[in-house]
Design a protein around this ligand. Structure first.
Ligand code: AMP
Ligand code: MG
Length: 321
């Protein structure tokens, strides 16, 4: 009796152990329901030469490229100083113009940045840009007298903006404007607006270093490499979402004369190319127009005064090389 009881106990233990082993085996080896692999989001790339710059558009929506390029072409037709029928060319020839709301808006914002930067950012710099040969890339060292004469035509206080009818007027004949430091930024903002109106919420626009990251790239920020222009190497990366980056530097256009380097950004106070000890300024801002204007302004002002200016824009960050 005692024997059969022991056998029965062993039998129960044996059965329970066997059952436990089978369960463990089943749990380890049973096939888990397979998650379907996440399909990588396809990104479309498109590029075009506009406003004298190579534009690149990256987006999961194929139509983003054509939407951006059509809008940028529209803005180029208004703001380019190289197109004879643009509003800027008409104003530069006639000294007075009834502008479209877009052109008027850019001029108004340009005048605000002139005020904020104590005159370092100045779109009336055009006569000096021409004098130094940066417009047609026929560089030369102008005489002191010609610089002094051109400086008389410089200053945004010499532009009158009639808000009620969008009329723009120059105070003196011979004045000219150059939107090279703000126009591309404005064009990027306009393109982003049109993309949003078309229901597109993910797109990266790169207009020769003038960048806007719309939304995100399949759930993560857009990663943008920042190049050290003098060394031709990557000096860092930025993660962006609904932000713009703009870089101004002395490497874009320059010439050497008697061992001295002269760059395309002119100091409106002296009439000479900027020599502030900075090689480049990178600005991250919410809008491309702001990033564009501020990168040029800080480049002119130099590190100390530039950082002082940026205190007025608490959402803006900067990298000064
Ligand atoms: P960015 O590359 O945006 O810094 O713009 C440089 C361009 O702006 C130059 O090629 C000129 O056409 C124009 N520019 C030069 N000096 C100034 C200045 N002090 N303020 C505004 N625009 C300028
Ligand atoms: Mg600029």
């Amino acid at each position: 009796m005692a024997f059969s009881l022991r056998i029965r106990r062993y039998l129960v233990i044996f059965l329970i152990t066997g059952w436990a082993i089978s369960l463990a085996y089943f749990l380890l080896h049973s096939k888990k329901p397979r998650q379907p692999p996440e399909a990588p989001v396809r990104l479309y790339r498109d590029n075009r030469l506009l406003m004298g710059t190579f534009w690149e558009v990256v987006s999961p929506r194929k139509e983003s490229g054509p939407i951006v390029f059509t809008e940028v072409k529209r803005i180029e037709n208004l703001l380019s100083k190289y197109l004879p029928d643009s509003e800027v060319s008409l104003l530069n020839r006639a000294g007075k113009l009834k502008a479209t709301p877009d052109t008027f808006y850019v001029l108004k914002r340009a005048k605000e940045f002139w005020q904020e930067s104590s005159g370092a950012f100045d779109i009336t710099i055009a006569p000096l840009v021409e004098l130094w040969g940066f417009t047609g890339q026929k560089y030369n060292l102008p005489s002191e007298d010609s610089i002094k004469a051109a400086l008389k035509l410089v200053g945004c206080d010499k532009i009158i903006l009639h808000e009620k009818d969008n009329v723009v007027e120059f105070k003196f004949p011979g004045m000219k404007i150059d939107l090279g430091a703000i126009g591309k930024g404005f064009a990027v903002d306009c393109a982003v607006k049109i993309l949003k109106e078309n229901g597109i919420d993910s797109c990266l626009i790169n207009a020769g270093g003038q960048i806007y990251a719309l939304g995100d790239k399949s759930g993560s920020c857009w990663k943008v490499a920042i190049q050290d222009p003098r060394r031709q190497e990557i000096s860092g990366t930025l993660e962006l979402k609904d932000q713009s980056v703009s870089t101004s530097g002395d490497y874009e256009q320059f010439f050497f004369k008697d061992g001295k380097r002269y760059c395309h950004i002119i100091n409106p106070k002296s009439g000479y190319p900027v020599n502030s000890g900075i090689t480049s300024v990178t600005i991250v801002a919410d809008s491309a127009l702001e990033a564009d204007a501020l990168s040029t302004a800080v480049f002119v002002l130099g590190k100390e005064k530039g950082e002082e200016l940026l205190k007025k824009f608490p959402r803006v960050t900067a990298r000064i090389l």
